[in-house]
Design a protein. Structure first.
Length: 148
């Protein structure tokens, strides 16, 4: 006996698949609509990553990026590095790297003679290197638990 509902089921399956794909595309487009950056206030500093990577000799792994107002940088070693460089106002990008660093392996070293963390301090928006400060423990929170 021939089944008469087979063509109908095939059309229904194709229609359901097309609808699911269409909704998926709309959902993905909605996730990225209206965003020109990573959804963080630190996004302007990502343009400074090549300079920061060069300052640490392209070693280590990127931990995070922060855009800070100079008066809000209150951690002693970072504040001292800014003061030595004559940076007292404006904003700076702080780019943190994890790895093994020494004052001989980074550009414009400040802080400890060695450490497992390096924070590269760059002027914003010029991206000019101010200092690379070495730490054993990060002085502030870097990175994001989620993007967006």
């Amino acid at each position: 006996m021939a089944r008469t509902d087979a063509p109908w089921r095939g059309r229904l399956a194709r229609w359901a698949l097309a609808a699911a794909l269409g909704l998926s595309v709309l959902g993905l487009a909605g996730c990225s609509a209206g965003r020109e950056n990573l959804g963080t206030s630190d996004a302007p500093c990502y343009i400074a990553l090549p300079t920061a990577a060069e300052a640490v000799g392209s070693h280590g792994r990127l931990i995070g990026v922060r855009l800070e107002s100079v008066p809000t940088v209150t951690y002693r070693r970072l504040d001292a590095a800014l003061d030595r460089a004559g940076v007292r106002s404006g904003r700076v990008c702080l780019v943190a790297y994890g790895g093994t660093f020494s004052s001989n392996s980074v550009a414009r070293p400040q802080g400890r003679p060695s450490g497992h963390l390096a924070v590269v301090v760059l002027r914003y928006p010029s991206g000019t290197l101010v200092a690379t400060v070495l730490f054993h423990r990060l002085p502030t929170r870097f990175g994001h638990s989620h993007l967006g």
